[in-house]
Design a protein around this ligand. Structure first.
Ligand SMILES: C[S@@+](CC[C@H](N)C(=O)[O-])C[C@H]1O[C@@H](n2cnc3c(N)ncnc32)[C@H](O)[C@@H]1O
Length: 229
């Protein structure tokens, strides 16, 4: 039962299965996130992508890439799963300035040692962190690629900040909070029915599935945090 997947390892394993073998299903769910476009607006208002080189890690199907790709000079999108890289390759086929690469976050510095103007990672950098990394602050410095501007976007809770985040995820967010400034964007996933909201929660946000079911609403509130230099 999905609601039992409460701990970080179980959640990460379930997500890995989804990214690896059901990339299209994940993409479909993510299109219901922030339908009001608050994140897109904030990114384009607050940061400049004009003529910039951008390294975007954990780009998935390129949902966030689409926000700024027209403005950038060169974009490298990475993901740890072949299925996602394949979707990126298909999406940006023929767009010469975009290159897709299979790369785990922990290999970014080795693979891309030259600094980009912008390093961006949305709803993804957290996957590099679990208790085995030891000191989260030091590990963040160790794997963060060099860039003029870092932008790390994470879901930091549903309904309220830190709601339903496993303790290890909160440790990771605390490391981001020490290193970066932040802006909080309260937003929502908007589905077409309460049943669709429950189904999506079971797949992607298992700890809240029961609450979503009880609320019987098509909307799931989400707290998006944007961390940046
Ligand atoms: C929640 S999705 C976000 C995708 C995209 N950034 C977006 O906002 O739509 C997380 C993405 O991170 C990728 N990912 C998971 N673990 C990763 C890792 N260790 N290194 C690189 N990418 C990873 C997944 O394959 C997935 O595409």
């Amino acid at each position: 039962m999905a609601a039992e997947k409460q701990n970080l390892q179980q959640i990460q394993a379930a997500h890995a299965e989804l990214y690896d073998s059901e990339a299209a299903l994940f993409d479909d769910i993510s299109l219901h996130e922030d339908t009001a476009g608050k994140l897109r607006q904030f990114l384009l208002d607050r940061f400049s992508f004009d003529g910039k080189s951008v390294l975007e890690a954990g780009a998935g199907a390129g949902r966030i890439t689409d926000y700024y790709v027209d403005r950038a000079k060169r974009v490298v999108v990475t993901d740890a799963y072949e299925s996602m890289v394949h979707m990126l390759e298909q999406k940006y086929k023929g767009v010469e300035k975009v290159t897709a690469a299979l790369c785990d976050h922990r290999q970014l510095r080795a693979r891309f040692p030259e600094p980009f103007d912008v390093f961006l990672s949305a709803f993804s950098f957290n996957y590099a962190f679990d208790p085995s990394v030891g000191d989260y602050d030091a590990f963040l410095e160790e794997i963060l690629p060099p860039a003029g501007q870092h932008i790390i976007i994470e879901c930091c809770g549903f309904y309220e900040t830190f709601d339903y985040l496993p303790p290890e995820s909160i440790r990771y967010v605390r490391a981001l909070e020490k290193r970066f400034q932040k802006t909080v964007l309260p937003t929502e996933f908007v589905f077409s029915s309460p049943e669709q909201a429950v189904a999506a929660a079971k797949v992607l946000f298992s700890p809240i599935a029961e609450r979503v079911r009880q609320q019987n609403r098509a909307v799931i509130p989400e707290m998006i945090h944007v961390y940046y230099d």
